[in-house]
Design a protein around this ligand. Structure first.
Ligand code: UT7
Length: 337
């Protein structure tokens, strides 16, 4: 008779996931009434059919809190069990305090240290990596890792190049020291990278300390997202594929052993190209970009939760999370469930 798997104190298992998306569905048809675009253009260039938009007064921290509660519930843990909260976001409720602090307050997670990571669309992967390192070497035991964005608040609703792309939402995962007892080894490896030379091709130029919003410049909409889409597109595919290869090599896992690839949800053409270059069959590449558009740091986290709840992978499976975003930043994590 085989004995149960031994508890492995070096693992960082994923105990639960959660996500939240606002109720309001903004369709391509409604977009086409706002700017000079069409459902045909948006679907053929991006795969996006609709996106979710936060209700008036609904804050990033509210969405993050909903996702975190769902993840904790699935993990069977209380907020007070959590000693680390890392929130990936570039659309925090305010410049400071960090959105993670507001989530800590909302949850009553009084034992948790909380901070944000501003790695844009890659932030959930950066946060997973940081949580793993802090649990393995920093004395923490239980982390809430969140990706959450209210991109609708920094969207230029008159710019058809960008306004059709983005949406709001949040996703979360609970990580805990150890593995075995029915749980896989969790985050097996990660690879992350940055190239600040391209900071200018995807950014929010105003509203920070360099270019504060004043009565004189308010009409220029500088506190909104600007993107040189074609430039970003060119960088995204190669960076994501390289990052996957590096993370797989670190984990000593081959791509054939991966049950599901969960990429950042920016554009179906990028998602499919990454899958093709990695030689992964289409059915092993998860996408929900048609429903949510690009929700920044929330995208991989929301997709992870949806795929998990749909049973697209099971305990013991290995999955690949990969993202790319402003910075430029990119990252990949190999996770054993
Ligand atoms: O989340 C962080 C990472 N972000 C990304 O990975 C996004 C990467 N970039 C992209 O996904 C794509 O570059 C876009 C979806 C943003 C744009 O697609 P594209 O195929 O690169 O189009 P384009 O920017 O080259 O524009 C093609 C044409 C232009 O017209 P001209 O100059 O050829 O006459 C645009 O003005 O499409 C026009 N266009 C639109 N037409 C209708 C741009 N936006 C729209 C629109 N509706 N919404």
């Amino acid at each position: 008779m085989s004995s149960p798997p031994a508890f492995d104190s070096t693992g960082v298992a994923v105990l639960g996931t959660g996500s939240y998306h606002p109720e309001y569905v903004l369709t391509n048809e409604e977009m086409a009434r706002r700017v000079d675009t069409s459902d045909e253009w948006i679907v053929s260039r991006t795969g996006i059919k609709e996106r979710r938009i936060a209700a008036p007064g609904e804050q990033n921290s509210d969405m993050a809190t909903h996702a975190a509660r769902a993840a904790l519930e699935q993990a069977g843990l209380k907020p007070t069990d959590v000693d680390l909260i890392i929130c990936g976001t570039v659309t925090g409720d305010m410049p400071f305090p960090a959105t993670a602090c507001l989530v800590q307050r909302n949850l009553g997670a009084e034992n948790a240290t909380a901070f944000d990571i501003g790695a844009a669309c890659t932030a959930f992967i950066f946060a997973l990596e940081m949580a793993k390192l802090l649990i393995n070497g920093g004395g923490y035991t239980t982390a809430l890792v969140i990706g959450s964005e209210k991109l609708s608040a920094v969207t230029d609703w008159t710019d058809r190049n960008t306004c059709v792309l983005f949406g709001d939402g949040a996703g979360a995962a609970v990580l805990r020291k150890g593995s075995g007892n029915g749980f896989g080894r969790g985050v097996l490896s990660s690879d992350t990278g940055t190239d600040g030379r391209y900071a200018h091709i995807l950014n929010q130029p105003g509203g920070g300390t360099a270019v504060p919003i004043t009565a004189e410049n308010v009409g220029q909409r500088l506190a909104t997202l600007k993107m040189a889409g074609r430039e970003v597109f060119k960088q995204a595919i190669g960076a994501m594929v390289n990052s996957c290869k590096k993370a797989l090599a670190k984990a000593n896992v081959t791509i054939d052993e991966i049950a599901l690839v969960i990429p950042h949800q920016a554009n179906i053409r990028i998602i499919e190209a990454v899958g093709e270059k990695l030689k992964v069959p289409r059915e092993k590449v998860f996408s929900n970009v048609h429903k949510f558009g690009n929700s920044g740091a929330a995208a991989v986290a929301m997709a992870l939760d949806e795929a998990h709840r749909e049973g697209r992978f099971k305990r013991g499976d290995k999955i690949l999370l990969v993202a790319f975003g402003a910075g430029l930043t990119w990252g990949c994590a190999v996770v054993e469930w």
